[in-house]
Design a protein around this ligand. Structure first.
Ligand SMILES: NC(=O)c1ccc[n+]([C@@H]2O[C@H](COP(=O)([O-])OP(=O)(O)OC[C@H]3O[C@@H](n4cnc5c(N)ncnc54)[C@H](O)[C@@H]3O)[C@@H](O)[C@H]2O)c1
Ligand SMILES: [Zn+2]
Length: 238
């Protein structure tokens, strides 16, 4: 079995994708012919979709909220939270996932670059921050409005929008000596470029997942396996 050693000098940057939540029962996105839970992303996950049919967008994300609430963190989420407990501020987690399984496993130093299911924000980008929102909406007229009058939308980065927290992510990558990427197909940018940025700074790079990602050749090691089986015990902290 592969072992990745982590010394006192290492700083670890972890990027996760939908694959890490697959063993918790949440469907990945490319696994099913480019459909996410039965939908084409253009129908539910773009600014145009929101303009055309906000009811369908909220129906989709309401369903994702309901599924997310039923799911539990799996051994892969737990292994990353344990690694953070040992490394403290030398650990940083960036997830592309919008579920909250990492925080429920105990991760703290994390950002959701593609947003969070459990929040909503004003569609007008009026400057008011996102608010907590776990509601399951059945009809559009149940969805609240911002004080500015704009309709509340999911706090999700739609395809074509700019990911969140990019400054912090770039800083953390620049100081990392080890990058670990888990369960992401390497097809969504800019996340698919993180491995290249890490290498430019001289970091070791490791991919964990059942099949090589599109950007596999950029990794120092590819550990083939399911995240929940491969991650626990993968790291040897010295
Ligand atoms: N749970 C979620 O929050 C969720 C779910 C689906 C899609 N999305 C969104 O859709 C986009 C899809 O991009 P993506 O690259 O994250 O996912 P993706 O669906 O494109 O790719 C999933 C990857 O996970 C791998 N995988 C499947 N089972 C695995 C397992 N048990 N362990 C490890 N890896 C496994 C697959 O080989 C594949 O490479 C993301 O930006 C994300 O925001 C989020
Ligand atoms: Zn507003």
């Amino acid at each position: 079995m592969t072992n990745i050693s982590i010394t006192a000098k290492d700083r670890v940057f972890v990027l996760t994708g939908a694959g890490i939540s697959a063993e918790s029962g949440l469907p990945t996105f490319r696994a099913s012919d480019g459909l996410w839970a039965g939908h084409r992303v253009e129908e539910v996950c773009t600014p145009e979709a929101w303009k055309r049919n906000p009811a369908l967008v909220w129906e989709f994300y309401s369903k994702r909220r309901a599924d997310g609430a039923k799911a539990e963190p799996n051994p892969a989420h737990l292994a990353l939270a344990e690694l953070e407990a040992r490394l403290g501020e030398r650990f940083f987690l960036c997830t592309q996932n919008v579920d909250d399984l990492h925080e429920r496993a105990g991760s703290v130093r994390l950002v959701h670059m593609h947003g969070e299911l459990a929040r909503a924000r004003c569609e007008r980008e009026c400057g008011r921050p996102p608010v907590e929102d776990y509601a399951i909406y059945r009809r559009l007229d149940e969805v609240g409005r911002c004080v500015c009058g704009g309709r509340m939308r999911p706090h999700i980065v739609f395809f074509g929008e700019i990911p969140l927290e990019m400054d912090r992510i770039q800083q953390e990558i620049a100081s990392a000596t080890l990058m670990v990427v888990v369960g992401t197909s390497g097809s969504v940018y800019p996340a698919a470029n993180f491995v290249h940025w890490a290498r430019q700074h001289g970091a070791r790079t490791v991919y964990v997942g059942p099949e090589p990602p599109l950007n596999a050749s950029a990794f120092t090691y590819v550990v083939e396996g399911k995240a929940g089986e491969a991650l626990p015990g993968l790291f040897q902290v010295e």
